[in-house]
Design a protein around this ligand. Structure first.
Ligand SMILES: [Fe+2]
Ligand SMILES: [Fe+2]
Length: 169
């Protein structure tokens, strides 16, 4: 007896082209998370100065969270019959999170983190819309990840506010 495909949802044969499109969106998410892990490792170690400590600790914790997000996106790619891409497919995009000229330039790091989180928030909102009525499992996963990114962004906006008040940002 032939194995039957699901007749409803993202795993149905009717939705195979949408599934391919979704896998591409998830691959992009995966790479965004991987690059964020790289950028946050560097920026949790490079900064100098008393005021850098809060940022360092915060980014150290975020590295683990972003890595967890990457693993979730990778698992979902496989569940949808895709293949998690190899490292040669990686293309770096986070120009704004490169090390600053001076390692005491914390504002540069804070603004870079806000930019990275904003990009993630925009892309994940797009996936949530794309999956509506199509793939509630991916949608549920991405909503939970979006919640983390919104919290990260808000935390770093708070850090930036302190520098703005002092006229340093
Ligand atoms: Fe993330
Ligand atoms: Fe994040």
């Amino acid at each position: 007896m032939a194995v039957r495909s699901a007749s409803e949802g993202i795993l149905s044969d009717d939705n195979s082209s949408k599934r391919d499109e979704l896998i591409e969106l998830l691959k992009r998410s995966y790479w965004m998370e991987i690059e964020t892990v790289m950028s946050y490792i560097a920026n949790s170690i490079n900064p100098d100065g008393v005021r850098a400590q809060e940022i360092i600790e915060s980014l150290q914790a975020d590295v683990q969270e972003e890595l967890g997000h990457a693993q979730q996106f990778a698992s979902r790619i496989k569940q949808l019959y895709g293949v998690v891409p190899g490292s040669l497919d990686f293309k770096a995009e986070q120009s704004y999170l490169q090390p600053p000229e001076h390692q005491t330039d914390i504002v540069h790091v804070i603004k870079g983190v806000i930019e990275a989180e904003t990009g993630a928030i925009e892309h994940y909102n797009r996936i949530i819309e794309f999956t509506d009525g199509l793939d509630y499992v991916t949608q549920d996963m991405v909503i939970a990840i979006l919640r983390d990114e919104e919290a990260h962004r808000r935390l770093f906006e708070g850090y930036l506010r302190e520098y703005e008040v002092e006229g340093l940002a």
